[in-house]
Write a protein that binds this ligand. Structure first.
Ligand code: HAM
Length: 420
């Protein structure tokens, strides 16, 4: 029979990596909690309209990459391509702004984008997403970027590059868009069909296009920083100054527009050269008009998302990232196996990772399995040891052996494992 494989771009997270996910998640929770962020869990599916209205109808994500389908009652639903829209939907739906002026939330989970799979790019991937609602002050931009960098370095990432830009506001950005349209006039033919189409609807998308001719055409276009209004300019210069106060180094990239349309003012990306072409580990920015556009109050917001798989791929090999067992019981013969069966299960309840072999394999074979399971200790006994009321405990690393009385065996073992 043909075997059924996973869907293209959908990846299994195998136990070794799952353990890293778990460890990184616990670092995230610790760091984010210290900065006052609380976890929220939102559904992985939303009404399609939510993403169209927030991410933007003419972005690649909405035009080409969403997993959208009509439900049985013909409602259009989409597997979330990102979390910001869902978190805002929940923030509005649960009227969180009335409970607290500043709301700090984070969520962790899978996102879905039908992109062309390659190294570091999947169709189902996981994000650690952070959102802060209720403040436009530049201190908050600097603080959220500081928290992101602290979290990434705390997870073990090295050689990170932070790029920042300001995308202006609804006052100054249209002036810049106009200038880009004027610049591109006459060069339409060198643009890809998507960019040609978007030239009048969403000219900033050309900055984000990966097609070579589009990139070289836009390379000499005016930069957004020359078009910022005085408020946006002031905001951006304060963000830079607060970042410097926090000892965060950054590069200004005036061409960074990000792949989603909702950003205003500060936008940022964290890059690493450990990943090849898909070099962004994290990205985010401010979205001051988005909450009200989605039917909520006039509340500014800022956030970021870290690509979990990319973060994990950048981590140095960790020799300790091995599944460990505390105790392997090599029980020889039925009476010993009976004692061992009760013992390992009681030890597990006490929080020790304990294993045994239920077959009648030789001692040598059982010790080999103890090694395979990275067991710290092996407990060895058979009929003779039961008669003599003492068993042998072997330290699997040093190979030292000691005898332990059968009476009070469980307590003695717990003590030895804990003291290790
Ligand atoms: P984004 O830049 O689209 O932003 O995604 C954030 C991160 O998710 C990327 O930097 C990358 O590490 C990871 N990522 C994106 N697509 C893929 C993929 N196909 N495979 C693997 N990893 C991927 C957002 O999603 C915004 N919602 C971030 C945000 C939060 N802005 C404000 N608040």
């Amino acid at each position: 029979m043909d075997k059924i494989t996973a869907i293209r771009g959908f990846k299994d997270v195998l136990p070794e990596d799952a353990r890293l996910f778990w460890e990184v998640e616990s670092i995230a929770r610790k760091v984010f909690n210290a900065f006052g962020f609380r976890e929220i869990r939102v559904p992985i599916m939303e009404k399609t309209e939510l993403f169209k209205r927030s991410i933007g109808e003419t972005t690649d994500i909405v035009e080409k990459e969403m997993y959208t389908f009509a439900d049985r009652d013909n409602e259009h639903l989409t597997l979330r391509p990102e979390a910001t829209a869902s978190v805002i939907r929940a923030y509005i739906e649960h009227n969180m702004s009335s409970a607290e002026p500043i709301t700090k939330l984070f969520t962790i989970g899978p996102m879905f984008r039908r992109e062309r799979p390659q190294k570091g790019r999947f169709r189902q991937f996981n994000q650690i997403d952070v959102e802060l609602f209720g403040e436009d002050k530049p201190q908050f931009d600097a603080e959220i970027i500081f928290m992101l960098m602290h979290f990434l370095t705390g997870s073990g990432l090295k050689d990170l590059e932070l790029e920042i830009n300001s995308l202006g506001c609804s006052g100054c950005r249209p002036v810049f868009s106009r200038a880009v349209i004027d610049f591109l006039k006459g060069s339409e033919k060198s643009l890809c069909p998507d960019c040609q189409r978007r030239i009048n609807t969403n000219p900033l998308r050309v900055f984000d296009c990966k097609v070579e001719t589009c990139a070289s055409t836009i390379a000499n276009a005016p930069g957004i920083l020359d078009f910022l209004c005085s408020d946006c300019e002031d905001h951006f210069s304060k963000v830079k100054s607060f970042l410097s106060d926090l000892n965060i180094s950054f590069i200004i990239n005036p061409r960074m527009v990000r792949g989603l349309d909702y950003y205003t003012r500060t936008a940022f990306e964290v890059k690493t050269n450990a990943l090849g072409a898909q070099n962004a580990v994290a990205g985010g920015g401010r979205y001051n008009g988005l909450v009200s556009e989605l039917g909520g109050p006039e509340v500014p917001g800022i956030g970021f998302a870290v690509g979990f798989e990319r973060l994990i791929a950048c981590l140095p090999e960790d020799a300790n990232n091995k599944f460990r067992t505390d105790l392997f019981v090599a029980a020889l013969g039925a009476p010993a196996q009976k004692i061992a069966f009760g013992l390992i299960n009681r030890l597990r309840i006490a929080g020790m990772a304990a294993e045994m072999d239920h077959t009648d394999k030789s001692l040598k074979a059982q010790l080999k399995r103890a090694d395979k399971l990275n067991s710290s200790f092996a407990l060895i006994f058979g009929d003779k040891e039961i008669d003599e009321k003492q068993v042998v405990l072997r330290n699997m690393q040093t190979k030292d052996q000691q005898t332990i009385p059968l009476d009070g065996l469980q307590e003695s073992i717990i003590k030895i494992i804990k003291e290790r």
